[in-house]
Ligand binder design. Sequence first.
Ligand code: PA5
Length: 471
Amino acid sequence: MDTQNLRITLDFNNMMTDYVGPNGITEDDIKGSEKALEKAYSGMEEKRASGKMDWRDLPYNQDDVVDDILNYVDSVKDDTDAFVVLGIGGSALGPLAVQQAINHPFYNELPREKRGNYPRLYVADNIDPERLPYLFDIIDLKKTIFNCVSKSGSTSETMSQFLIIKTLIEEKLGKAEAAKHIVCTTDKEKGNLIGIAKEEGYKTFIIPSGVGGRFSELTPVGLLPAAMCGIDIKEMLKGAAFMDELSKVKDVYKNPAYMFALLHMIGMKKGKNISVMLPYADSLKYISDWYAQLWAESLGKKYDNYGNIVNYGQTPVKSLGVTDQHSQIQLYAEGPSDKIIVFIAVDKFKKETAIPKIYGDIPSLGFLGGATQNKLIETERIATEYALQKAEKTNMTITLPEVNEFTLGELLYFFEVATGFAGELLEIDAFDQPGVEEGKNATYAMFGRPGYDEKRKELESRPAKNNAYII
Ligand code: PA5
């Protein structure tokens, strides 16, 4: 396979003033960023060398991990009808996005033989009290494996699911048998999960310590559920390695991930505070969800590295072509110029669907006939891109030659590098998430977790709600 034919590309013409007028970015804006680029480039190199970006090495250092995953999948798949991921955020969005991208869109509904004899996949990424009971209606516990995924090994949402599942399957199957139905993916020492897993004898996969949740899709967090559904994880890692090579190039005009980050950061400083992800392929719908977490949680920061209050961040919006042409595009075309809209185009779909040539006598309908939906979706994408450019709205297009494991690995890695680089450009820490701590701690306090008495008192003294405002 010629990997160059599988290279994804970034077309940023419509980000530039030449195409979208004064709302756009100029060559001078890019040239004027030279110092910031140099600093960010060195920051990326230094962090990588000093082990602060361990996710960048994942395409290269996981041969044993991949073997372990594939052997495990082989050993359990024949007796497994459903594989259920228990996780949230970075421990759930990647598996969903990859499954949707690569496998049949109705994978779970397919008869087993059409699934390549692999289990169905469910991702339980919320604690809505209806979720698990309804899931139990459609799975056979005797033929289900639950994959408890938590980097910290202590996330309340995931651990509450674990407690429910463990109790239920031990009741139904007995302790010894139940242990074969739980597999844990977690840090090698942090949190409660690793200790429990060892004690109970659960099969365990390790998330490398230096890889944070939202950057963990290419660890067993994502690789195990993918392999469990027949997805070629070696190809995903090869695609990521390919993008890593492209991402080492210093010249921003030759480095699509760096250019993506730079344009977004220049745009942000010009008031473009919204990042719309608009794939024109159902298969890439959940990439928008995965990207939304990556971009929002990494770049939405109050402080910069020097302690200054900056309140940076772009709000990610999940969109889908062509569906949202009939809902959100009106706003994108005529609303405020506060967005960067990222089309994701696919050159070659897995299917070609012909539109029958009938009703030739009705010109306003007959014109569709004889073409394909492939041509129609691409035409509509180009037409929407044109409409946005004419309306002077900044947009760019990422094109995948086709959606397969290799290009998906490239795309995931592309967004990760872009996010890391954007963090360097902004001089913020893209790898922490202090903003989610307050809500977590308040939950612990209210739920009676030991050690949270002070927080409980603080909560009790919060202003009482004014009933006049509850109507
Ligand atoms: O990116 C992050 O770190 C978070 O979104 C986590 O993925 C999420 O909070 C789940 O954490 P954990 O995997 O530790 O249970």
